[in-house]
Design a protein around this ligand. Sequence first.
Ligand code: SAH
Ligand code: SF4
Length: 418
Amino acid sequence: MNFHDSERMIGILRDEGYNLTDNPDEADLIIFNTCSIREKAEQKFYSDLGRLRKLKKTNPGLKIGVGGCIAQQEGKRIFGRVPYVNLVLGPQNIESLPDLIGTEKSTSLEDRPDNSKTYIHPHRLDRIKAWVTIMYGCDNFCSYCVVPYTRGRERARPWKDIHREVKGLSEAGYKEITLLGQNVNSYGSGLEDGMDFTDLLYKIHSMDGIKRIRFITSHPKDLSKKLVRAMKELSKVCEHIHLPLQSGSDSVLYLMKRVYTYSDYKEKIELLRAEIPGIAITSDIITGFPGESEEDFEKTVKALKEINYDGIFAFKYSKRPNTSAVKLPYHMPDEVKAERLTRVLDIQDEITLRKNKELIGKEVGVLVEGKSKIGEDKMTGRTRTNKIVNFSGKTDLIGQEIKLRIIEARHHSLEGEI
Ligand code: SAH
Ligand code: SF4
């Protein structure tokens, strides 16, 4: 989501006559697009910002901006902490960038409940896959999460705007789109046309050009049978879902305000696996939430072993401003959170590797994205189940869906051959 917000900011700045540079020494304007989901991201941002002090001295005309959720959370306080910052703008205020860049010091941090109707032409950084925002904000107020405070209330983008954007992408030759929202399954509330997320999938599926449709993120409470049926019926919708569990313990889930139990969640996993054979399922896990006993934590471990995810993102619980979990009793020492995090990651690594190894010898369809980061003249792409496959091949395969045989499996990628 932040990546795509950056694409939108770059789009606006290009219209204002700016060009992109990889070299900070050359820049007239540097904008940090920040994340405040966990404290660590925040600390990293301040140390990166500190490194610009020297540059600002040698190039006093350089403007420095702070966008994203830390900007929203900290507002004008950023000027007090780092005086050489010129502009501060929240994630709901991207469209005010042109007004801000002409000033010495300014902020734009208002709640913009109407911005779901403003279209910003993003500058896409990829030629094969594209991100399309379908909704802004979040109304769920999970007790640990800062998003509803920084990104505001949930607002759905109207179909005609999404349609125009997807049509443009398909005409430009994009092959894959990922629909973005904090809780895509609840898409539609507040819209006059009565559309829901499943209707949106059917409509996008019927458009020419795009070969693969993905979406993130799904909230388990809103994952309906109707959506599972759509995923099964629509051949362009990929066999992958990111469905964050957060914890395997019902009492922790209750304190997190996730409004489902582990057994509700498992029922949905069983339905997904029964209806969509081979579906890959990934998840997010938080360790050391306030009050998480060893017994609660063991339930998360048990859940990982029962569900056998294809992969997870796991995080130590981090206290976030304004969130209700801050006031809960029994916050855990960092060592406990960290030790549990390591255990979770170790267990999942083993599961992921085992699942990846099951693919050795099998043939998979891969959309070729470009040259691989691992170098060695390798190309890279993804399966419909969102697994990365590296292989030896020519660059003219980029954008094509090809068949590869898997010959090796690692924790985070596979190796294939044509
Ligand atoms: N809207 C999405 C993603 C939210 S942020 C969703 O509901 O799943 C991505 C992940 O960050 C969350 O799923 C959660 O696991 C993690 N996260 C959010 N706030 C956190 C916090 N305070 N401490 C640790 N992890 C957190
Ligand atoms: Fe945060 Fe919960 Fe909303 Fe996800 S659903 S963004 S975790 S409040």
